[in-house]
Design a protein around this ligand. Sequence first.
Ligand SMILES: Cc1cc2nc3c(=O)[nH]c(=O)nc-3n(C[C@H](O)[C@H](O)[C@H](O)COP(=O)(O)OP(=O)(O)OC[C@H]3O[C@@H](n4cnc5c(N)ncnc54)[C@H](O)[C@@H]3O)c2cc1C
Length: 465
Amino acid sequence: MGKISQDIIERIKGIVGENHVLQDNLSLEKYSKDETIGLQSYPDLVVRVRSPEEISQILILANDHSIPVTPRGLGTSLSGGSVPVKGGIVLSMERMDTMLEIDDRNLMAVVEPGMVTSEIHRLVELEGCFYPPDPASKDSCSIGGNVAEGAGGPRAVRYGTTKDYISGLEAVLPTGEIIKTGGKVVKDVTGYNLTQLLVGSEGTLAIVTKIILRLIPKPKMKVDLLAPFDALEPAAEAVSAIIKEKIVPTAIEFMDNPAIRLAERYLNKKVSFNNAKAHILVQLDGNKEEEFERSMEVVGDIFERYGAWDLLVAREPEAQNRLWEARRCIFEAANRIGIPYETMDVVAPRSSVASLVKAAEEIALSFDIDPVCVGHAGDGNVHVLYFKRDDMDMEQWRIKLPEASKRLYRKTLEMGGKITAEHGIGVTRKPYLSMDYSDRQIEILKGIKKSFDPKGILNPGKIFD
Ligand SMILES: Cc1cc2nc3c(=O)[nH]c(=O)nc-3n(C[C@H](O)[C@H](O)[C@H](O)COP(=O)(O)OP(=O)(O)OC[C@H]3O[C@@H](n4cnc5c(N)ncnc54)[C@H](O)[C@@H]3O)c2cc1C
């Protein structure tokens, strides 16, 4: 795959208009990275498309000339998904950002992929509807990126993840054909489930150009509770006790003390209960006053029983935002602090969260690495951030980090878990895929890729080589 000729560049300008083909250094720099720390690779060209027809024409050209094409939403991937590791074209979806329809008779919305996720929340909520998936990056990521990564978020505990709300897709294949899968239907067993195959395919099979989202009625009441604990184990046991009571909160998040301190450094202000060993943050929602109040009481009692030494209750949006501020900023904080680090996105059965965090900490310390653990305690997904210590040189870090990561992945798999819950394999987890998947499984994945993308032009270098 070589450089893109001037003739092809002119033809692309003819398709999308000159203003939407970017070649200047500043633009190439912007599109050479996402939020994955330490990963950068320049594209030859950035093309900001507006329609499936434009994408189709560009993909036909790219396929004919074997030019790599990397689809890009808003570049918040944490696995290197939108980094053009083989150069070529970055196809930016940022101009395809329209809410096409909110259909309250079918409880569906039809959206373009470049829409910011929280803008979808806002617009459907104005109509009394609710789109539950809420990645912590919801104000800066796109729904197309959420579909491609199968994104989750805190509300997954009660409502599930992006995959549970995708009812249909329009997508352009690497060979240029435009396909439609699913629809505004509740049931559909027509052949293999291509909709769900594209969800989580990390932009390697097709470019998603339209998304039919399933909505639910907006819950009438919502409350957030934050409890500080002196140790992680009782905090994790409190989470299990809540689930055992048959109460399914909207979200159950946790932060360990290094995470609380990291947030504090980044926000440049004191976080409540900053000397706690763990914070548990619970969100409850509901429609029936009595049931809602009872759930709140039960959660409060359980926290007390398991040793929480205080409880913050937030019923108003402003107070709720304040309660979530520290939890939501962790990745920005980690990225801006300027210390080399790597994120693991491991998930285990939710009853194993405490053991998983304990293992993550022990492994880090045995490699002289500083661990930070935050995550979705309610669904077993722990984000483990391994930071380089000041006194470790870069050479040692490059040797120790993959060994420590591998050990954590092995431990996670032994617990019946998975090496990535919501951030994807991308580039960063590629070396570890074979720890979970057999050769035959990887062969099947490669076969699927080949049938969608015979020449391997779409987002090459991701998931596997
Ligand atoms: C601070 C922070 C918090 C985060 N919190 C969460 C979280 O709670 N849960 C979670 O799941 N993730 C989280 N993430 C990761 C990230 O936000 C998600 O993976 C998100 O879905 C990426 O969306 P994006 O628009 O930025 O996509 P990009 O980074 O631009 O792209 C991601 C992948 O999708 C592909 N892609 C993008 N658009 C399309 C399209 N239209 N068609 C086909 N492929 C496409 C790209 O090729 C790439 O492989 C977080 C990231 C940050 C920085």
